[in-house]
Design a binder for this molecule. Structure first.
Ligand code: NAP
Length: 247
């Protein structure tokens, strides 16, 4: 199994940190993309350096109007030689359908969809130049089943799944695999913020889950590692639900 050189967005978040550690445990090397510096990110950076798995860090705010103009240059990509991309950055926004403004819609689409679209466009030519690659897009079960309180988020994740399938069709002949994963509820800050809105909501969310618990971030990270690695070499254009038996 070859070791991969992975660019990971949302690296300072719950799933991002767990994924980076899982990738490192499997011997892959990781380049971190984060919105901003944080203690979580610094701890992760030191962890990766300690395992000799650290490739670098870049700060990108996907809400900055011109971020897509300043991603990686050809010279940087030749040096970094990425062969994998995990589009994990995301923003949830629990709000009733009637309260979704154009601004909220745009923010959610910019972070959950546009970031993956233009980072993929930036990196894929370099994957092809160096023999191929793999992309994993972190979507959500709400992108498959719809969502009552986050219609814009569900739509963005559905589009992210469609982006994954479309890029797979375009690039599979050039040895670039593209897949999506669709987690259910995962125990991260994103869910803590939702549960903080109401204790009643938190209890009913947990009770609605078949396993009566959320996924741990590592349970998501392991599936991402599988899809990045050569263990999944014949899998592309798929969406894997990691949702503890939700139907
Ligand atoms: N937790 C769940 O139940 C769940 C379920 C299904 C899918 N997901 C998806 O899983 C992915 C990771 O989420 P998580 O649960 O780990 O939540 P999280 O801890 O809130 O992580 C989200 C990450 O996205 C980054 N991000 C947010 N806005 C950004 C921006 N403007 N520019 C660049 N990066 C930005 C955050 O950076 P900062 O830390 O700097 O804000 C953070 O690292 C997301 O795509 C999410 O939609 C999560």
């Amino acid at each position: 199994m070859s070791k991969k050189r992975v660019l990971l967005t949302g690296a300072g978040g719950g799933i991002g940190r767990a994924t980076a550690k899982t990738l490192a445990e499997a011997g892959h090397q990781i380049y971190l993309v984060a919105r901003q510096q944080s203690q979580f990110l610094e701890d992760l950076r030191l962890y990766l350096i300690g395992r000799n798995c650290y490739l670098g860090t870049r700060y990108i705010d996907f809400l900055d109007a011109d971020w897509s103009q300043c991603v990686f240059t050809d010279a940087e990509l030749d040096e970094l030689r990425f062969d994998s991309l995990v589009n994990n950055a995301g923003l949830a926004d629990r709000v009733a359908y009637s309260q979704i403004t154009e601004d909220r819609w745009d923010r959610v689409f910019d972070i959950n969809l546009k970031a993956a679209m233009f980072l993929s466009q930036n990196l894929i030519p370099s994957f092809i130049k160096h023999g191929g690659g793999s992309i994993v897009n972190v979507a959500s079960v709400s992108g498959i089943k719809g969502g009552v309180f986050q219609v814009h988020y569900a739509c963005a994740k559905a589009a992210l799944i469609c982006l994954s399938k479309s890029l797979s069709k375009i690039y599979i002949g050039q040895n670039v695999r593209v897949n999506a994963i669709a987690p259910g509820l995962v125990d991260t800050n994103m869910i803590d913020e939702e549960i903080a809105l109401s204790a009643e909501l938190g209890a009913s969310l947990l009770d609605s889950l078949p396993m009566k618990r959320m996924a741990t971030p590592s349970e998501i990270g392991h599936v991402i590692e599988f899809l990045i690695s050569d263990k999944s070499s014949y899998i592309s254009g798929q969406v894997i639900e990691v949702s503890g038996g939700q139907q």
